[in-house]
Design a protein around this ligand. Structure first.
Ligand code: SAM
Length: 377
């Protein structure tokens, strides 16, 4: 394998020198540096003792946790033998001194911290390490669903999960049956698809967690480019699980663009989308801490801070209005978002931009009022 050395955050590491990322024998996507920056900040805030990077590829994520946060022990796992060998090399490149090793596992000391590099199926490893980790990162190709059960068993009952899903076509309704099979939910197409996709993913984790009498608290959830990312804190107990299930419900949308939603166990009207999460997508204190940490941190992407600010300023209510789509449906002139938001504020409502779309707003105003604001009334 031809290798080149790159840097991201505090980590130096080798990546395959392939022309296209998906042709490389071991996967590394520099575009995901924002995802990793935010994850490093999250781990820094959450202060886990033991973290698992379950699908590690080059090891970049686990290495960054080790080098940029206070975590004491990081496991980096991959099923691919070439990835395993590359992670071993990358840990050594970052000062790792081998403590012991076998064909499938090596333990390193990295400046007084413990790094464990493991080759194997993530589900097998997580089944072996019952309630061992404080934080588990699932960053797979496509859907994370096949790893959720074991992750919910390998993480401590008050631990944390970071979950990525890159199967946007499935969660956004291009492959409805695949969404029903994998996420046990009906996806929506159109302007609400990304937010609904994110909420379907969270809803699924909440339902899986409930089996173990675990509740979930969403610390931060977002959609960006081709992926969804969610950070969850687990809460132990049947009552906590019931509380998080009370945030599961359904979404409806009619041809005018008007949407409505309802928290219920089964949909009470036809043509519902979901089940999906209708609770918060952010914990204000957590996001404030991420922003504070980001001032001192050496971030790999110059877009991370701006993106975190956008997330932090966004009104946290379910779903949003795409002003272009609504103007088109109602034969209205397209106005600037700033003007529409100002109109809504004058009428006594809250309104902000949203990271889900540059042409959309989040507001607590009813649909007819949003139409008035678009008309400039
Ligand atoms: N987390 C990495 C990062 O931030 O650069 C990228 C991970 S890549 C998207 C997914 C990795 O999961 C691949 O390296 C693949 O070999 C590995 N993988 C796929 N199925 C697996 C399994 N069942 N157990 C462990 N690793 C697996």
């Amino acid at each position: 394998m031809e290798l080149k050395e790159v840097r991201e955050g505090a980590a130096r590491f080798f990546v395959p020198g392939a022309e296209r990322i998906y042709d490389a024998p071991v996967f590394y996507n520099p575009v995901m540096a924002i995802n990793r920056d935010i994850s490093v900040l999250a781990v820094d805030v959450l202060k886990p003792s033991r973290a698992l990077d379950a699908l590690s590829a080059t090891g970049v994520r686990g290495l960054r946790y080790l080098l940029e946060t206070s975590v004491g022990e990081v496991w980096m796992n991959d099923i691919n033998e070439e990835a395993f060998n590359l992670i071993l090399r990358n840990v050594e490149l970052n000062g790792g001194k081998i403590v012991n090793s076998s064909n499938e596992r090596a333990v390193f000391d990295v400046s007084g911290k413990r790094a464990v590099v493991n080759r194997g199926d993530a589900n097998r490893l997580m089944a072996e390490k019952f309630r061992y980790f404080d934080f588990i990162d699932l960053d797979p190709f496509g859907a994370p669903v096949e790893f959720l059960d074991t992750a919910l068993r390998a993480v401590k009952r008050r631990g944390f999960l970071g979950v990525t899903a890159t199967d946007t076509g499935v969660l956004c309704g291009a492959y409805r049956n695949a969404c029903m099979r994998k996420y046990l939910a009906v996806p929506i197409r159109g302007e609400l698809c990304h937010e609904a996709g994110l909420r379907i993913l969270i809803g699924l984790v909440a339902r899986y967690a409930a089996k173990y009498d675990l509740g979930v608290k969403v610390l931060l959830a977002y959609h960006r480019e081709h992926y969804f990312r969610v950070f969850l804190g687990l809460e132990s107990g049947a009552r906590k699980a019931d509380e998080s299930l009370s945030n599961i419900g359904y979404l409806w949308q009619d041809r005018s663009g008007k949407f409505w939603y309802s928290r219920e166990f089964l949909p009470s009207a036809s043509n519902a989308y979901g089940p999906l999460w209708l609770g918060a997508l952010r914990d204000e204190d957590f996001v404030a801490s991420l922003l504070k940490k980001s001032q001192e941190a050496v971030l790999a992407s110059n877009k991370t801070l701006e993106f975190l600010r956008l997330l932090s300023d966004e009104l946290d209510v379910p779903f949003h209005y795409d002003t272009h789509a609504i103007a088109g449906r109602h034969g209205l002139e397209v106005r600037k978002l700033a003007v529409i938001m100002e109109n809504l504020k004058k009428m006594g409502y809250r309104a902000t931009r949203t990271h889900f779309s540059p042409t959309s707003i989040k507001t607590d105003a009813p649909f007819d009022t949003v139409l008035d604001a678009l008309r400039g009334l």
